[in-house]
Write a protein that binds this ligand. Structure first.
Ligand SMILES: C[S@@+](CC[C@H](N)C(=O)[O-])C[C@H]1O[C@@H](n2cnc3c(N)ncnc32)[C@H](O)[C@@H]1O
Length: 187
């Protein structure tokens, strides 16, 4: 770890800590509701392979790594983001914080085919990722190809009027969660 990398991380922590939203009641509520929904959809069997699309500050990925990684050594979390700076900082931070189950980090746009033939038992797309990603249909269709038989694609979006299988509100904040089950091929 170089001094430059540590300085970058310090800047990252300071920026995160400075944002009023990050310590708000609404953000705490959202984190709880979102994580509770994802936890309820995690497959029971182990090992499992999970993919999270859109790292951002990476706190959701940290949580996912703990929940999946502590359950079974052979399980994995792959975190993907198309922004190289975000990927680099996230890798640095998990290394510096000595996360016991760090994510496999992939820097790519999930619509570009860089995931190859990889299949996952659960794919999560949460927060503003889908809205930021351009064509929603294209992103969801691309991800659907990477859901393992019996697996699920979980989408959780924030915003007034958001639709989903389960919609929760806290004042003006809406959270809409959905899963799209992919059935095993018929025999
Ligand atoms: C604002 S962050 C949200 C991160 C996290 N899901 C959360 O709610 O805290 C959205 C991230 O998704 C990434 N992203 C958006 N569309 C993407 C795509 N098609 N492929 C890979 N990354 C994408 C962006 O680069 C950005 O870092």
């Amino acid at each position: 770890m170089t001094d430059t990398e540590d300085a970058e991380l310090l800047a990252h922590y300071l920026e995160r800590g400075h944002e009023a939203w990050n310590v708000s009641l609404e953000a705490a509520w959202l984190d709880y509701e979102l994580r509770a929904f994802v936890a309820s959809k995690l497959p029971q069997g182990r090992p499992i392979a999970v993919l999270n699309v859109g790292i951002g500050v990476g706190l959701f990925d940290d949580w996912l790594c703990h929940v999946v990684g502590t359950s079974a050594a052979a399980s994995s979390v792959t975190s993907v983001d198309r922004d190289p700076t975000i990927c680099r900082l996230f890798a640095l931070r998990q290394r510096r914080e000595r996360h016991p189950h760090p994510a496999r980090i992939l820097c790519c746009d999930v619509r570009d085919g860089a995931l190859g033939a990889a299949k996952f038992d659960l794919i999560t797309v949460v927060g503003s990722t889908l809205a930021e990603g351009g064509d929603r249909g294209e992103t969801l269709r691309a991800l659907q190809r990477h859901v393992a038989p019996g697996g699920e694609l979980l989408v959780a979006e924030v915003g007034q009027g958001a639709h989903g299988d389960r919609v929760r509100t806290c004042g003006d904040v809406w959270l809409a969660c959905s899963t799209r089950a992919v059935l095993p091929p018929s025999t």
